[in-house]
Design a binder for this molecule. Structure first.
Ligand code: ATP
Length: 441
């Protein structure tokens, strides 16, 4: 493998020459024997392709760029082209014979990755008799790694873990058995499990943006730009109470300008599972450690990784870590449109997007949100009936916008959650033990 520009990898050829054919055969045999001894390298993979992700190029990308590399590396792949949403998740949950494989590969975007993650984690818990509805259940780690071949619209998880959205680079990472542990949050509503999240949990601005963009899926990736402008102009804010437990013993802060890369020292020095157990058992201490903030928020974001993507190369929280057992909770309070625009623009330049009086950021291990008004909406209501019509008048920097609606919705790695009152917890059993974290190639 040879490294080229912008974190991209390409195949490199090395030519050995020898006049003696017998000796050549011996070389080939020895090289193949040595390669088969590399336990990290997968030999058998289960591949799911979403033919409708991004610009609908998943099948072509796999056939032209990935399959030939897998063949050269003597990796056998069982390929399933999905026929509906949640096909991959359901297949993994119930049918797939996981003993046959060294890893699962997803060809698609963040939504497809989320399907695979849910399928694998749920299958592992079901097989081990763990009830995911218990917010404090100790989850059993998954034994299979997940590989991502980017073929979606944003591919934020691939970008944050590999550093580029390039199918060949991702395929080569899979082939050489490269892996990156990753934090996973569980999201509950009371005692009902909703979803897992590895990237962004967003309420308010990003929740509204994603809800609107789902209705414009036919537009392809351009839907995010259109919905972004519409949501910005709507300038809604939402009332509620956010409670969070600050992360303990972590070595970094969301504003320390450190960037998490593979081999990151903060992720490698996260608290040991022993420290964590003592801490989890101390309910009293935990209760006293919670901070509570009530207010009107334009956006509430829980970023478990930087959430960088080509559209926002710094991401929502540039110093968030991939595997330190924490999430960065970003609160953007009600402010003028102009101020909010200034904040958004700082995601694309070198200025600190948290350096505003109306923005605060905390590194946390758990958080809860309770909207001010009780929620009466169902998932159907959220996805089908637009809550707002038209735009409110454009505000100047000093004007207060009085346009408030009771609820936004949470987007969880691109999917819309059916509840607004949620509890979020970093899964300590995944995050504290390197071997047991879900790993991404
Ligand atoms: N065959 C299929 N038909 C319809 N929907 C599918 C199919 N297979 C998967 N899906 C769903 O399509 C949704 C979007 O897929 P995906 O994440 O691959 O692309 P994207 O939304 O364009 O990219 P991103 O999530 O990176 O923005 C996923 O939530 C997945 O459940």
């Amino acid at each position: 493998v040879r490294r080229t520009r912008q974190q991209q990898w390409r195949c490199s050829d090395v030519t050995f020459q020898c006049a003696n054919q017998g000796l050549c055969q011996q070389w080939i045999q020895v090289i193949n024997e040595q390669l088969s001894l590399l336990a990290n390298r997968p030999k058998s993979l289960l591949v799911y392709i979403n033919p409708y992700g991004g610009k609908r190029r998943g099948k072509r990308i796999y056939k032209q760029k990935v399959a030939p590399l897998f063949r050269r590396a003597c990796i056998s792949a069982d390929v399933i082209v999905t026929e509906r949403a949640n096909h991959a998740r359901d297949h993994l949950k119930t049918e797939a014979n996981l003993d046959k494989y060294d890893g699962v590969v997803c060809v698609g975007g963040d939504g497809m990755f989320s399907e695979i993650l849910h399928g694998l984690v749920t299958r592992t818990q079901t097989d081990s008799g763990v009830d995911q509805n218990q917010p404090d259940a100790e989850l059993v780690p998954c034994s299979l790694h997940i590989g991502i071949i980017p073929a979606g619209s944003t591919d934020c998880i691939c970008f944050a873990t590999v550093g580029t959205n390039d199918p060949v680079t991702s395929a080569l990472h899979i082939i050489v058995g490269d892996s990156q542990p990753m934090d996973v949050c569980s999201v509950h509503h009371d005692d009902v499990f909703l979803r897992y999240s590895v990237s962004l949990l967003g309420y308010g601005f990003y929740g509204d943006l994603l809800t609107d963009s789902e209705r414009k899926r036919w537009l392809g990736p351009a839907r995010y730009d259109l919905s972004g402008v519409k949501t910005f102009l709507s300038h809604n804010y939402y009332e509620g109470t956010i409670s969070f437990l600050p992360a303990e013993n972590n070595m970094g802060t969301p504003r320390d300008k450190l960037q998490c890369r593979s081999g990151c020292c903060v992720c490698q020095h996260k608290p040991s599972s022993k420290d964590n157990k003592q801490w989890e058992m101390s309910e009293e201490k935990e209760n006293s450690g919670w901070s509570v903030i009530r207010g009107k928020f334009i956006a509430i974001n829980g970023a478990s990784m930087s959430c960088a993507c080509p559209r926002s190369p710094k991401g929502l929280s540039p110093s968030a870590h991939l595997a330190d057992g924490t999430t960065d909770l970003i609160l953007v309070r009600k402010c003028s449109r102009l101020d909010f625009l200034r904040h958004l623009l700082r995601h694309t330049n070198k200025e600190d997007q948290f350096d505003h009086s109306f923005v605060e950021v905390h590194r946390v291990s758990k958080f809860r949100f309770q909207p001010r008004h009780h929620e009466l909406v169902s998932l159907e209501d959220l996805s089908e009936s637009p809550k707002k019509t038209g735009f409110s008048p454009i505000c100047s920097a000093q004007t207060t916008c009085n346009y408030s609606t009771a609820h936004s919705s949470w987007t969880c790695d691109g999917e819309i959650l059916p509840h607004t009152a949620i509890q979020v917890r970093l899964l300590s059993c995944f995050a504290r033990n390197k071997e047991s974290q879900p790993e991404v190639h």
